[in-house]
Structure formats: structure tokens, C-alpha cells
Design a protein around this ligand. Structure first.
Ligand code: ZN
Length: 588
């Protein structure tokens, strides 16, 4: 089950600056930190713990040594002074504990399919894109089947009209579903005789021929091939793409990210770059995003590296994206189905019915089940146990309530098999979770990394499936009340909106349709700021040096032009380790 490179040794990046230890200085994009400086602003939110009335901080070689009111600066007052302005609001650097920078950096080479209203419109954009890139794979990303007319998605036959000989692939915005033309399926060896395997689906027509539409584990084989082709096309220029992606994160006030899928090749490459913000790389398989990461167990382990470039939790997948695994008791599911059918008829819009049928629902004695689990019962505990024994911590993607339940079962099973505590391991998303499982997760000591931006952005799916009435989408209120430590993350680029939008969504729950989505599940501003900073740093294992503006921690902060929860507020500057890493360009 191990890859051919299992014995390859791993070298971790040397410390960049022995004096500061973990700071990223020496990076050509960052000026050296000032020796000792006083920074003042209109308001400084120190995060956790709060320091009301703070308007000043002293930073010494990248670290914070004092925060408080500007009138109480300790002597000797630093000679170097930076006044950010009376209207400036400083918050701790945002820590996005679940990001896909490695995917984001490839998107500029893909056709942008966001907002397409039909598969034909997607094909048109792919043709335009193909003309600008005359060789190799033609890849498009970003459609959302809940937004196309009738919920239709591109298939292989349509993509064959884009090109008959070049591989053409499309990926849905979530990276969990997509399609390939005949050349793309041939390139990955998928055809009529490909057996059905657990955790994914290659759709077939009535004659048994592949339609080109792929889901979950089957899709990730195709997506991985497309990603590899793009990386090869980029060659050494991928470094520039990585830096560009880093700048878009800095521009949102993000100073540290958890890269939620990093193969051993990715880890090796990123460790050799010097990047202007911090990274926690979450190891995954080199054989595809959803492949079981046996090969990653021979790579660097959780906790290795530095807080600027370190190794995080091993990433596993419990269930799908759009096909997240849901279990709904029969009485509730009947009410839900009736409501969907009724509104489909009254709105004369079949989209909701299409969503219902693509969910692959089955009726079991315990109720209505839909979606895709990535592991058969007991199988996730195998890889989890092996990972724990090798010294890894684990993070499991689990979106639906059944996905979460399966992940918790696996954690419990792995703990009893190995005797190793799973406290500090993570659940990613938990978009839907049953009340009883909140208690189980709290007892296991798990952390959650959640995305208010998903509830806000995918509101159409939540509303047309009526699921917002029957379940609790992104129930941050309940998670915090259950005593589970929580981080706000973006899962970027899967949802639009900036890091500040994402944080605000946890508090106001205003969806993209302008109406609130289950405002009873909102959390307070203080809780949201904490979850987006200290909560993220804890999830990434870097809370000792990041996540708040506290004495001894790295001076990572964002300078805003107003209240962090005002939709009009913008990021002016982002500082990493006491040096300005990004500044809003001056108006031309
Ligand atoms: Zn993700």
C-alpha cells in the first residue's frame, strides 16, 4: 500500500533566523524587523486575552513586549515610532486554519466557471480559454450545480465538443465533483470496464458507458491528473504563483494558514520556498486528494518544523461535499421531501428535485440516508490508528451529520485500539451535526474548524432543500456551548468572500441573498474574533507564538480602517513578525 518513495528521507527547512527562531525574516519580500518600536493606533484589539483601552504596543525584533494605552508606555519609550492613525483599528493577524492555497494558486491557469447559468455557458468559456492556451489539458473550475438552470452539470459529451483530442476537465467549486471528456477519461484509464469502488462514483448511461461525470474518490483521480498537468505546465514559475496567492491572503489580513491538503512533494516544495506568511501543512496522499494517505505516514510528522513552516494534522475525508453524508429520521425526511416537491411545483423550478435525486438517497430502517461516505465501517479507524502510532495528529473532513458520526466512531475506535488520546485532533466543517454527537466530540477533546462562509454562500442549496429547517447548518453557537474549541476558517477558494466577511458571517449570519440564515446559531463578536485568530492558531498548533497580541508572541496583525464587523471595513496593512508584509495600494 506504500508508494515507491516510501523511504525517501525528509529534510526540514533550517531555521531562518537563529535570533528570533521562528520569524520569517531573511525573506526578500519582508524588511527586517525594527529593533524596538512603538506602534500606535486608534484602537488595538489584542484578542484573547482582551486588553480594553489598548492603543499602543511595543514590538522588539518581531515580538510583542507590551500592549496598553498610549499614555502608559513603559520607559525607556522606544525612539522608533509608527503611528497608524487615529482611525486605524488593529486586530491580531487572522489565522485561516483550513485553506487550499495549493489549489488557489492554480486557478489563474484554469477557465473561471463561477456564476455560469448552464453547462453550455461553461463549455463556451472553456472554448475561449482553450484558444488562449493552445496546448495540454483544458481545465475549468468553479461552477455550482445549484446555480445552473435545472441543476444540470457539464458531462463528457459536452466537453468533447470543446476538444476531441485534448483532455478537458471541469471541477465544481467544492472540488468534490466534476467531469472529463473522452480524452481525459482515457488519460486516467477510466472506461466501461472500470469497477465501481467505495467512496466515489463514475456515472454511467443506460448502456453502461461512462457519462464523464465523476464524484468524490473517482473525481479526485481526474482532478489530481489535471492538477499535475498544470504544475508541469507552470514549471519553475509556480513559485511566482505561490507568492501571488500568498499576497491575496495577506490582503485579507491573514498572517498564517493551515494548508488543508499537502502531498509529500508539495511539502518539500513549500519548505524550500521562503514565503511571506506562516504555514501549517496538513499531510495528504500524493495519489489524489481523497486517496487514503498511507504514503504520507512515511513523511514528516505533525509538530515538526517551525511555527513559520510546520507540519500539521494528517488529513482524512469522512464524506463528500455536495454529497455529504446525511441521515435524517423518516418523519422529518418525509416532511422535508414534501416541502421540496411542493415548492418545486409552485416555483416551476426543478432544481430542488434535481438536487434531491443527485443526493443518492436511500431509505434505511433508521431513516433517510443520502450522500457518500469515503470509508466502509471500521476502515477509517485503520489509517487513523496507524497515523496516531506514527506520532501524527489527525483532521477529518466531515460535512454531513452521518459523516461527522462516522468520524467520531473512527476516533473512538482508533483510541481504544491504540490507547493514544485523540484530544487536539480535528473535525473539519461539521456543517451538520446531531446534538448527541456534539457531546461525544467534546468528550473526545476534538477541535472544530468551521466555515460560516459556507452557510452564507451556499444558502440557495440550504433553502431549496429545506434543510435549514430540519437541521442546524454551521451551528457555531451550539458547538461553543458544548465546550468544543472552535476555529473559523475559509476552506478557500471554495466559497467567495474575504476573511473578514467569513468572520462577520459567524456573527450576523446574513447570507448572499440578503436574508439571515438561522440567526439563532450566531455567535458573539468576541467569540468570532477569537475563533478567527487564537482559535485558528490553536487548530494549527502555533498558539504559543501566534493568534493574539500578547507579550512574547509574534507581532502579526492587520490594520483596518474601521470596525472589523462592519461590511464596509477594509484591510489597510498586514504585518508579519513586526514587519509590514502587505499594504493597500495607493489609489491611482
Ligand atoms: Zn477543504
Amino acid at each position: 500500500m506504500r508508494g515507491p518513495n516510501a523511504r525517501r528521507a525528509y529534510r526540514l527547512a533550517p531555521r531562518k533566523s537563529p535570533r528570533v527562531g521562528w520569524a520569517p525574516h531573511g525573506h526578500p519580500l519582508l524588511p527586517l524587523p525594527m529593533p524596538r518600536a512603538l506602534i500606535t493606533a486608534g484602537t488595538i484589539y489584542t484578542g484573547d486575552p482582551p486588553r480594553p483601552g489598548a492603543t499602543a504596543m511595543v514590538v522588539d525584533r518581531g515580538r510583542i513586549t507590551w500592549t496598553g494605552p498610549a499614555t502608559e508606555v513603559p520607559r525607556p519609550v522606544p525612539r522608533e515610532r509608527i503611528d497608524l492613525g487615529d482611525d486605524a483599528v488593529v486586530i491580531p493577524g487572522l489565522v485561516d486554519s483550513h485553506q487550499h492555497l495549493l489549489d488557489s494558486q492554480l486557478l489563474t491557469g484554469f477557465a473561471d466557471l463561477r456564476g455560469v447559468r448552464s453547462p453550455e455557458e461553461a463549455a463556451e468559456r472553456l472554448r475561449t480559454h482553450a484558444a488562449s492556451q493552445p496546448e495540454g489539458w483544458i481545465t475549468g473550475w468553479g461552477y455550482d450545480a445549484a446555480e445552473t438552470d435545472g441543476g444540470r452539470r457539464p458531462d463528457g459529451r459536452l466537453l468533447d465538443t470543446v476538444s476531441a483530442d485534448r483532455p478537458v476537465i471541469v471541477m465544481e467549486s467544492s472540488f468534490h465533483q466534476g467531469a472529463g471528456n473522452s480524452a481525459a477519461l482515457a488519460a486516467i484509464g477510466f472506461g466501461r470496464d472500470t469497477p465501481q469502488s467505495f467512496g466515489g462514483e463514475m456515472e454511467r448511461d443506460r448502456r453502461g458507458e461512462p457519462t464523464g461525470i465523476l464524484w468524490e474518490r473517482a473525481f479526485s483521480v481526474l482532478a489530481w491528473a489535471g492538477r499535475k498537468a498544470e504544475l508541469e505546465r507552470l514549471g519553475p514559475s509556480s513559485t511566482e504563483r505561490t507568492l501571488e496567492a500568498c499576497r491575496t491572503l495577506l490582503a485579507q489580513g491573514i498572517t498564517h494558514v493551515g494548508e488543508a491538503l499537502a502531498s509529500r512533494d508539495d511539502i518539500e516544495r513549500l519548505q524550500n520556498e521562503s514565503l511571506p506568511l506562516g504555514f501549517t501543512l496538513m499531510p495528504a496522499s500524493g495519489n489524489g486528494a481523497f486517496a487514503t494517505p498511507w504514503d504520507a505516514l512515511d513523511g514528516p510528522r505533525s509538530g515538526q518544523g517551525t511555527p513559520h513552516m510546520g507540519i500539521g494534522h494528517l488529513k482524512l475525508f469522512s464524506d463528500g461535499g455536495e454529497r455529504c453524508a446525511l441521515s435524517i429520521p423518516l418523519s422529518r425526511s418525509l416532511r422535508q421531501t414534501t416541502a421540496i416537491v411542493r415548492s418545486a411545483i409552485s416555483d416551476r423550478d426543478p432544481t430542488s428535485l434535481r438536487v434531491l435525486t443527485t443526493a443518492k438517497a436511500t431509505v434505511t430502517p433508521s431513516g433517510f440516508q443520502s450522500g457518500t461516505l469515503h470509508y466502509a465501517p471500521g476502515k477509517m479507524a485503520d489509517i487513523m490508528s496507524a497515523a496516531l502510532q506514527r506520532g501524527f495528529t489527525v483532521a477529518v473532513h466531515a460535512l454531513g451529520n452521518l459523516g461527522v458520526r462516522s468520524a467520531l466512531d473512527a476516533y473512538q475506535e482508533a483510541r481504544s485500539r491504540t490507547g493514544i488520546d485523540v484530544a487536539g485532533c480535528r473535525i473539519e466543517h461539521a456543517m451538520f451535526i446531531d446534538d448527541a454527537d456534539l457531546e461525544r466530540a467534546a468528550d473526545l477533546g476534538l477541535r472544530f474548524s468551521m466555515q460560516p462562509g459556507h452557510a452564507v454562500a451556499y444558502v440557495r442549496t440550504l433553502r431549496i432543500t429545506k434543510i435549514e429547517r430540519f437541521m442546524d447548518p454551521v451551528a457555531m453557537r451550539k458547538v461553543i456551548d458544548a465546550g468544543i474549541p472552535v476555529a473559523i476558517s475559509s476552506d478557500g477558494p471554495t466559497a467567495p468572500g474575504s476573511a473578514l466577511d467569513n468572520m462577520r458571517g459567524a456573527w450576523d449570519r446574513i447570507a448572499v441573498d440578503g436574508k439571515p440564515i438561522r440567526p439563532d446559531l450566531a455567535i458573539t463578536k468576541t467569540e468570532a474574533l477569537r475563533a478567527a485568530t487564537a482559535g485558528g492558531a490553536e487548530a494549527c498548533g502555533v498558539a504559543e507564538v501566534k493568534g493574539s497580541l500578547t507579550n512574547g508572541k509574534q507581532a502579526d496583525f492587520a490594520v483596518l480602517n474601521g470596525d472589523p464587523f462592519d461590511p464596509a471595513t477594509r484591510v489597510r496593512q498586514t504585518w508579519v513578525a513586526g514587519a509590514k508584509a502587505w499594504e493597500q495600494p495607493a489609489p491611482a
